[in-house]
Structure formats: structure tokens, C-alpha cells
Design a protein around this ligand. Sequence first.
Ligand code: G1P
Length: 296
Amino acid sequence: MQRKVTKAIFPVAGLGTRFLPATKSIPKEIMTLVDRPLIQYAIDEARAAGIKEFIFVTSRGKGALEDYFDHAHELENTLRKSGKDDLLELLRHTNMESGAIAYIRQHKAMGLGHAVWCARRLIGDEPFAVVLTDDVIAGDPPCLQQMIEAHHETGGSMVATMEVPMEKTRSYGVLDIAEDMGAIVRARGMVEKPKENPPSNLAVIGRYILAPTVMENLNKLKQGAGGEIQLTDAIADEIEEGRPVFGLRFRGQRYDCGSKAGFLQATVAFGLARDDLKDEFAEYLHDVIAMRKAAE
Ligand code: G1P
């Protein structure tokens, strides 16, 4: 029986330069898809997977992120007095139980592996999850829950994976496959952003369930691709040391909200998935496309 995964790390220290100037004064994790910030999607997914402790690795200028999960007493009182129970209910999802959320500062941008390592004292000797908020995944059940279920069977460490076109592998961590069992693959190795000869086209997507030994591997603070301390390398070390690492081909649609095109695609998809918006929005999109075609 595997130990329950109750802690998740959310590395949110990035500068979000790809979304400047918006990210000059707001953390990119506060940018909204329809009406919910990216971080809310990540937190909801983690909650659905049974996560109880949420560890944010932040940096300067991320105050808005901390405020977001606080009670907004004045706002809540106003809504209560005017009987706006539906809005109060919406806000309830943004509140965290006292002590459930911890903020750790990453003082220097030294890579994803370093950000995760910053949370080592809060993780201790337990398996833990890592959720990258840039990767928004629409899945039922949510991706992290699928992974926790699969991890119960496999143990070891697990990354979310999906096939990408070969020429895109240089933007991802890439799995070297030892055994392909369908939904689950066992990895023989893992390479961060291979410039040439990718071992496969199975890419790592930003959901991880990791054995505590990955933190020990990160202790080496070894520089990898791009001169950064890479989480992928610390996971690959697990394999080197004879511990199992798996990939899960999750069921669901992933949006790369770290890129503008991906963010727009997610906005369209989530807009179309909303009962209160879909009819009007679909009609609008239909008209826009028809006008574009007519103009061509
Ligand atoms: C990070 C990881 C990479 C992974 C990717 C998924 O890269 O380092 O292994 O494939 O997330 O989105 P980033 O996109 O932050 O450069």
C-alpha cells in the first residue's frame, strides 16, 4: 500500500515575461481563463485529488497571489447583506483552511528543480505532487486524480505525459521508454529539452507525483539544460539509482497557458464549456470565422 499523497508544490516564482506587459504588475498565475485565475484551476484539481497541504514557491511581486486565497471580509459582508449567496459560494472556493497553504520564497530563479527543492523541509519523508499552473488540463476525472489512482498501483514516481510532434520535443522533458503498457509507461530515462535525438516523442506535462528521494537528488543542485537546475534530471536520477519512474498518458485536453496561443485556445475551450456563455459565444465565433472566410 502506497503512502497517501497529501502535499502539493506549486512553483509560482516565474516572472511571466512571455505575458509582458500584463505581468508587470500581476502574477501570471492570476491571469484569468473566463473568470477564474490560472492558479484556481490548479488548486481545484489538487483538491479533487485529495491534496490537503498546498505549498507555493513564490518570489517578489507575488503578493496578489497570497491575497487571492485570503478571506475578503469586507467584500463577503457586503455580499451577505445583499443576499448574493451565489457569489458568496463562488468565493468560498478561493478560501483555504487556516494552515493549509504555505508560502516559500525562491530567492533566485535557478530553475524548476531548484524551486521544488526550496520546499524540501515542508515535504520531509513523504511522496508529494508538483503542479505547474501553466499546464491547464481539462480532464474527467482531473489529471492529478488519474495520476494518484495510477500511482497507487505502480508506486515510485510518476509524470503526466502526452505525445507531441517530434519537432516540438525540444520544448519538453522527454521520456525514454523501457516498457509501454498502454496508459502507463515505465521510463528508462528522461531528458530535459533535448536539442537532438529525442529518445521518443512522449513529453512530460506539468503534473508529477514524486518519491521523497527526488528531493535528495535535488540536493546535488546539479546544473542541467539551459544552465538551470532541472526537475527532470532529479527524476532521471531515480532511474539511475534503480527506483521506478512511470509516465501516465492522462485522459484529457492540455492547454499550454505559458504561451499566448495556448492561453487563447484555453479561453475559447473554457468559454464554450460554460452553460451560461456557450450559446452566445459559439454564435460569435461562428460569425467571426464566416467573416474571415468571406474576406479571403
Ligand atoms: C517544464 C519542465 C518540462 C516539461 C514542461 C511541461 O518546462 O521543465 O520538463 O515538459 O514544463 O509544460 P517549461 O515549460 O517550464 O520550460
